[in-house]
Write a protein of this length. Structure first.
Length: 405
C-alpha cells in the first residue's frame, strides 16, 4: 500500500482515549517516520483537538460512522485505520465492513467478544479476499495477555523444546481508573445479553472467537476465590479475563494449535496473603458480580449510569494516567512438570495511558512491519504482530517483557 497518502488514520480522535493517542502520536512520529491524520464525525471537535494538542499541519478527515461513502473515502487514503469509536457494537460495524471490502488494515480497542464474533462471521471472507488484516483488542485487553502468553511460549520452546500446556496469568498489581467509554461498552453488552438467550450461551463458550473448526474440547478453568499455592497468595477472578482468554485461545487456533490441543489458560487477580488477602478476594468477586447484576436490572442500571459510573468522554486525569501502572506474571507448566515464568509490566494506567501507547504501536506495526505476503483476515495481536510488536512496545511504549528465574 505504498501509494496511500497516510500510514495511519486515527478514527475517533476526539474521544477520551483518542485525544491521548493523538498526543502520543505527535511525540512518537514527529520525525515523519509515520504519516498520519485524524478523523471523526465533528469538524469543530477535530479542530479543537488539533489546536489543543498543537498539530497545526495535521490533516483532518470528517467521516461519520454511519456514512458508508465517507468511510470509503477515508479508507482510500490510508494503509491502516486505528479506531477508538466505541461501544463498537453500537458504532463499529460499518467501518469494519468497509475496511474488509476495500483491503484497508484495521485495529481497535474493543473488549466486546459478542461484537468481534459477529464481525468475524460477517466479514472474514471479504477480508481474506481483499487482503485486509483486521486486528481487534489492541489495548490493555488483550495485548499484555496475548503477547505475554506468546512470549512465555517462545521461552518454553527455547528452554524445553516444547510449549506449555497450562499457563496461569496473575495480575500482581494494577493502578488506574476506568473511563466512561469502557463502562458504556460493558453496559451495552449486558443489555444485549439480557434479551438474547443465544448470546448468553455464546458468552459462556470460552472458544467463541476461535475458527469454527477449532477442535478444542477441553474444559477451561473456572477461576474462583482461592488460595494459589504456586504464587503464595489469595486470588479472585479478573474482570478482563472474559475477553483476554478468548483472544489467547484464538491465537492458539490460528497458530496451528502451537500451544497444544489441550492447552489450558486462566487469569486471576492477586489480592494478597492471609486474612486480609482473602477478604479482598471476596470483595473483588462480590463487587464484580453485584455490578453485573445491577447492570442487568433497568432501574438499578439507570441509577448506576446516572449517579455512580463515569460517562462517555470521562476518564482518569492526566496525573492518574502518569501515576498508573500494571504488573502481570505468567506461570507456565508442561506435561512433563517443567515450569517457566515471565512478567509483563506497563508504566501508565492500563486502560488509557498504556492502552493509547499499545494501540498506536500496534497500528504502526501493522502499517510498517508486517510482510506483504501475510494474508488478509481476522488476526490476533500475537499471531500477526508478535515479536515485532513486543520490540516496539519495549522501545517506545513503556512495557517490559522479561523471563523470571
Amino acid at each position: 500500500m505504498a501509494d496511500k497518502k497516510f500510514d495511519i488514520i486515527v478514527y475517533g480522535a476526539t474521544s477520551f482515549v483518542g485525544q491521548i493517542i493523538t498526543r502520543y502520536m505527535q511525540e512518537q512520529f514527529a520525525d515523519g517516520s509515520v504519516k498520519w491524520a485524524i478523523a471523526g464525525r465533528s469538524l469543530s471537535k477535530l479542530k479543537q483537538v488539533r489546536d489543543t494538542v498543537g498539530l497545526p499541519g495535521i490533516e483532518i478527515i470528517v467521516a461519520d460512522a454511519a456514512d458508508e461513502d465517507a468511510l470509503k473515502q477515508m479508507c482510500a487514503q490510508t494503509t491502516v485505520v486505528m479506531s477508538t469509536v466505541g461501544p463498537y457494537a453500537l458504532y463499529g460495524d460499518l467501518l469494519v465492513q468497509v475496511c474488509a471490502t476495500t483491503g484497508t488494515h484495521y485495529c481497535d480497542l474493543t473488549g466486546e467478544p459478542q461484537w468481534i464474533r459477529k464481525m468475524q462471521l460477517r466479514h472474514e471472507a471479504d477480508a481474506i479476499k481483499s487482503g485486509a488484516r483486521i486486528v481487534h483488542c489492541c489495548g490493555f485487553d488483550s495485548i499484555p495477555s496475548d503477547l505475554g502468553v506468546h512470549f512465555l511460549q517462545r521461552g518454553a520452546l527455547e528452554q524445553f523444546g516444547h510449549s506449555c500446556d497450562r499457563i496461569n496469568m496473575r495480575v500482581v498489581s494494577m493502578k488506574g481508573g476506568a473511563s466512561g467509554g469502557t463502562i458504556a461498552s460493558m453496559i451495552n453488552m449486558v443489555k444485549e445479553a439480557v434479551s438474547d438467550a443465544d448470546l448468553r450461551r455464546e458468552l459462556k463458550d470460552p472458544y467463541s472467537l476461535c475458527p469454527q473448526n477449532h477442535g478444542f474440547t477441553i474444559a477451561q478453568p473456572d477461576v474462583k476465590i482461592a488460595y494459589d499455592n504456586v504464587y503464595g497468595a489469595w486470588i479472585a477472578p479478573f474482570i478482563m479475563a472474559g475477553i483476554n482468554t478468548r483472544v489467547v485461545y484464538r491465537s492458539n487456533a490460528l497458530s496451528n494449535n502451537s500451544y497444544g490441543i489441550e492447552f489450558k489458560y486462566e487469569e486471576a487477580v492477586v489480592t494478597g496473603q492471609g486474612g486480609s488477602g482473602k477478604q479482598k478476594a471476596r470483595a473483588a468477586h462480590w463487587g464484580a458480580n453485584a455490578l453485573m447484576i445491577g447492570l442487568a436490572v433497568p432501574p438499578i442500571r439507570w441509577l448506576l449510569e446516572t449517579m455512580v459510573l463515569p460517562k462517555p468522554g470521562e476518564g482518569p486525569s492526566e496525573k492518574a494516567q502518569l501515576e498508573g501502572n500494571f504488573d502481570i506474571v505468567f506461570l507456565g507448566s508442561t506435561a512433563k512438570g517443567e515450569t517457566i515464568r515471565c512478567r509483563v509490566t506497563g508504566d501508565r494506567d492500563p486502560g488509557y495511558g498504556s492502552t493509547a501507547k499499545m494501540l498506536s504501536q500496534a497500528a504502526a506495526c501493522l502499517a510498517k512491519d508486517v510482510p506483504d505476503d501475510v494474508p488478509g483476515g481476522f488476526w490476533t495481536p500475537a499471531t500477526i504482530l508478535g515479536d515485532k510488536l513486543i520490540k516496539r512496545l519495549e522501545a517506545h511504549a513503556g512495557l517490559t517483557f522479561e523471563r523470571l528465574a
